[in-house]
Ligand binder design. Sequence first.
Ligand code: NAP
Length: 568
Amino acid sequence: MDRQDEGSVSGGRAPESATLDALIVGAGFAGLAALYRLRDERGHSVRLIEAADGPGGVWYWNAYPGARCDVESLQYALSFSDELSQEWNWTERFALQGEIRAYIDHVVERFDIAKDMRFGTRVIKAHWDEGSARWRVETDRGDRYEVRYLIMATGPLSTPYIPSWPGQDRFGGEIYHTGRWPHRPVDFTGKRVAVIGTGSSGVQAATEIGKTAANLYVMQRTAHHIVPAANRPMHEGEQEAVKAQYAHLRLSWLMTPAGMSWRTLPSDEVIVTGEESALDVSAEERDAAFERAWNYGGTAFHRAFNDLLTDERASALANDFLERKIASIVDDPETARLLTPRQYYGSKRLILDSGYYAMFNRPEVELIDVKADPIEAFTSRGVRTAKGEYEVDVIVCATGYDALTGSLDRIDIRGRGGASLKEAWSGGPRSYLGVMVRGFPNLFIVSGPQSPSALANVLVANEYQVGWIADLIDYLCSKAVRTIDVDSEAQESWVQRVNQLGEASIYTKGANWYWGANVEGKSPTFLCYIGFGDYVERCEAITAQGYPGFVLDGSSLSAGVEVAGAGT
Ligand code: NAP
């Protein structure tokens, strides 16, 4: 494995010791927004610690070929500064990783964020000290911080996962994980390459690598649902129109189930309405609606009908449409059959295609069914399955992440009485709002387990949570409160609600990272809150009611907030 950026201790800075108001862990979008909200807006003393050698979080690490966001650029941008919103221009409907990194670098420079960041530094320990009511934090560079508030912005999909195949050290070629891509050119020209995994990362990487590799083996266990991205350059005047009403649009996205709209502007042409059931229309009308959504591209496909994600029969109709599409693109019937998803539509994250299916018509690209013939080991020459060995020069693992809990588990976090967070969560995470955990006072998690996180437009979700936490800290300061903890009843009812929503949803009908089913040995617990708009409504009500469900300096504020219209 290329270890280049595994949080290297690079450069020669001396360890520092400081007492601060807040420490932020992670320099992705959440961490940058938190630093701005706490330091620039509120004047707190803050440090931001980042394991990578630069800012960006997943957008730093996921530098693999073809990496592109599947949320539209104009909806995937920070909102905390109107000047920033007005001055930045995106070039494409869906931005490439490089453009997103350029945007992040611009943000860091514009707000002079770097001076309070420490790169190439990994937080290894955070212990709560009851006497001082502070967190004592240590890094792998020997830094020591004492802070009132600890903000974990470590990201929901940031700890790469590779199954425990034997022989990984024996392979004589290059191995990469898409989530730890090196920051140097990797040339696939004329090479034999195996891409393992066909989720969002694998599909994007394979499509690009297939353009130059001599042989590409795409190793698929499950065929995921894939629709065209229909990426394009920005239309003339498109950005200006959005910028003219950004504030209003952003408020409207806070009320949506996924923190975004399939139409960036309400005045955009209506392609899908999501108002009808797929079962209530004729076969011709259904196909026409699917076709319109297919051609429009992006996750708007979900909204071709109102029941694709909830009704098994509607889901089967979507599968049927996709099967016919795949057969019309992919020449070889057996490859087309293997590429056809069989599981419930939406039970794995929808993937956006920029030439993936068509790539299989080229003789040098081969789909390998590793469900029928599972990978057994890596060898010195390649990948071995029960039926034989695939000799390759490069192996690309696009095998996903230890989602939501992985990054937190890897830090020695100890709360009241020395209790370990990892142990407290050994049977699955427990939190209140996905933001705080009982017994771990003054510790806030952004896009943590049991919050909407990656089940919503994660940038909008991040920023909402960061703002909410910053307001809560204002409240604590205004009341001279030293510690905030969670009421046990409030936490239990939150856990129950998250689990109930998860169990009733399509997400638990497939083996995926939403409930930890992708990682060997991980406790199967639903990890995200379903319904971003409902979540926002609940959080707003909690603020308005003076933070029920929290315990301030030992005094419990009654739990059980009721939210009008939020549904249960
Ligand atoms: P993923 O969706 O979890 O996909 C992992 C892939 O590895 C799956 O195809 C999985 O097969 C395969 N795999 C795992 N263990 C395997 C084994 N033992 N043998 C064979 N195959 C195995 O991971 P990802 O593609 O990195 O995406 C994770 C999430 O990151 C996405 O859902 C999305 O939220 C985000 N993401 C977004 C973008 C974007 O914005 N465009 C890009 C990349 C990632 P199975 O399906 O059979 O489990």
